[in-house]
Design a protein around this ligand. Sequence first.
Ligand code: HEM
Length: 415
Amino acid sequence: MSSLKTRIQKHNSTVIKTNMPPGPFIAKNPQVIAVLDAVSFPILFDTSKVEKYNVLDGTFLPSLSFTGGHRVCAYLDPSETKHTALKSYFMSVLASKHSEFIPLFRSCLSQLFVSIEDGIASHKKANFNNLGQAMSFNYIFRLFCGKDPSETAIGSKGPAIADKWLALQLGPLFTLGLPKFLKYVDDLLLHTFPLPFFLVKSDYYKLYDVFYASSGPILDKAESFGVTREEACHNLVFLACFSTYGGLKVWFPAMIKWVGLSGEKLHRQLADEIRTVVKEEGGITIQALDKMVLTKSVVYEAFRIEPPVPFQYAKAKEDIVVESHEAAYKIKKGEMIFGYQPFATKDPVVFDHAEDFVGHRFVGEGEKLLKYVYWSNGRETVDPTVEDKQCPWEGYGGASVQADVGGVLPPLRHV
Ligand code: HEM
């Protein structure tokens, strides 16, 4: 995204016209208006002014074969009745799992650290990212299906299948990281033609069948929201493999990296806060997490400095005037708006030392800045509803990850 930075400097503006991949055989129109500061970015959340129809991945929609022929919830605009049905259904599923999030996440994390230590003991090394991905998949599978994936026909293949399925859908957005003079290789291989579903079809249906067979009680609930079991199950696979597995795969290592790098002093302060609250509350519970103001701030700070889903898109429903810190811009009806979130959440006008990880940033008065944390596709101070496109995991997400910082993060165990 260094090209965006150059353009901001060249035009002396944080709202600019640009093109985004993929090319014209995949996307009808690659032109976007990029909103790249904390003030203009939230136009993407205002569903009275912007439409969120089929824009999850940007200027193109992957083949619906990847989702069993259905437009899953994340592709739907809030004005569609199906969006209301699916989002209410998933909000109710998440609410029914409320008491399971934290104990389950902690149990999966303990298993992760056992696997890491086993790897180190027997091979002198362990691949944190691979083990972390397996943990994320196990977590979401156990949450929705009530059993470990190893007890089903997919065994330990879930993460590999999810990776392949994700890569084929999102391929048009990737770059191979080749030198500039080989850019045409990227364009030819990834940005010209969509990657076909048949390459993952049999694996996808293996996954689907396992979810269908194992998530009975959740699927039973779907019918009362006007959603068939089949459509609910394709949505469930999408939630598990795209939203959660895809989200945690990026988020979890980033979180560990930032907290790990944050220095001994902060580690000690975190450990003190966590020990004190755990003693008072008798364990890591939702109430206990709420009292851990520093731990919460650290989690928000990691969401701010490296938002797990950096791109957001929306189409102007009408002519809109969008404001940045210094100017106002007219966006015409039908134009695509693109937000690159790390520029918005590291806006130096809003955040001091915006490029630095500041653990205490959101403590005390700093809480006022939470409205500029956008990881969930909405402000951190706002709760998701069926009328918006904010991630329904907002609220649970922070708490689960906080449970990880609070419970078993390795640096903290030794301070
Ligand atoms: C680290 C994990 C996660 C991250 C980073 C994340 C992030 C996001 C983001 C950025 C969006 C908005 C996409 C857009 O419209 O541009 C979204 C939407 C959504 N997320 Fe999450 N999410 C995570 C986990 C989850 C989980 C665990 C669930 C549910 C089990 C979930 C369910 C959804 C749903 C249903 C939507 C669509 C909302 C709507 O259509 O109104 N997400 N998520």
